[in-house]
Design a protein around this ligand. Sequence first.
Ligand code: NAD
Ligand code: IPM
Ligand code: MN
Length: 363
Amino acid sequence: MKRNIAVLQGDGIGKEVTRGAVEILEAVAQRYGHDFEFQYGEIGGGAIDSTGSPLPDETVEICKNSDAVLLGAVGGPKWDDQPAHLRPERGLLKIRKDLNLYANIRPISYYSSLSESSPLKKEFIEDVDFVIVRELTGGLYFGKPSERVEKEGKEAVVDTLFYQKSEMKRIIELAFSLASERKKKVTSVDKANVLESSRMWRETAEEIAKDYPDVILEHMLVDNAAMQLIKNPKQFDIIVTENMFGDILSDEASVLTGSLGMLPSASISTNGPNLYEPIHGSAPDIAGKNLANPIGTILSAASMLRLSFGLEDEAKAVEQAVETVLEYGLRTGDIANGQPTITSTSEMIAEIKANLLDQEAIS
Ligand code: NAD
Ligand code: IPM
Ligand code: MN
């Protein structure tokens, strides 16, 4: 069966890391006899430069006609002073909306070989294993109005936090169903002491909890959650939260694993192809230097194999190859922890690929 994969490389290290994930998917195709076809589409700053739009219609078409989408990252200083509609990030938000990617699943998993890569003490991060379920198509990111205004003759601004209850329901429902297959605990993170939207979120979580009697529901205010993530991360199983809180908490949580460059994500659609992307950005400070950690993107490709194609063995093989090269001691700069020998992006990709193909020789 042929599978069409849309690849949106984007800007900065987006190009370097997606190249890696494509190489790994090609190696999977070779080892297991699959037929993956890659179609490339433009998004972000590069797309603005060549077409005038951060998300050309053609890219949306390529994605809609695909079985799954792989994305790198968008953005960079070159486009930072553009008006809102001409910012690279607008392309990313639009593809999330156009594909109805309502849920972004961000697993936070501990690798014992990286225990020294995190600035946090080993005993606090050992065996950490939780998932942030982030609402992705609502909240402050999409509410209207979002604009500069004049109020009583004074310069002012408005952003809008808007949610339909149904949008809360579907994401919290997903969080409970994931928890029921894991450690059976949902931590719903909000700011219910201040925000009306959070009070509706909390109510909704309570309603859904009734359908999952074996799952424990706990509410946590977001400021406390930011602290608890560092103080006692082992308490978490599934964290479910609205769009912006999820964005911020997941970058924070990446420190538990050693680096932002390690974290994959899967964005789940209500009705079409899912999208897989690392949680990090285009990292302008290291872009083009062959220094980026490709593992977050490669693990995102593994999620694609599992969730979009039902290829569990293949997904596990990729994850195993990543684990093995980390055990060998290969380290890009972000996880090197002062170690003198730094592995380049291309070398890391080549080693993961070689390991994946070696597993075949062994088995
Ligand atoms: P960033 O995630 O790009 O980088 C933050 C820090 O982490 C930097 O020091 C960077 O070098 C490091 N880092 C990130 N990914 C890494 C990797 N794979 N390997 C090694 N180190 C890595 O965040 P930022 O600097 O705040 O944002 C830069 C640009 O990226 C902005 O334009 C922002 O809007 C955009 N951005 C895009 C996405 C996305 O496309 N999904 C996500 C976040 C930020
Ligand atoms: C992410 C990024 C995006 C977000 C930006 C670039 C719009 O930070 O994917 O986490 O905030 O969702
Ligand atoms: Mn982010």
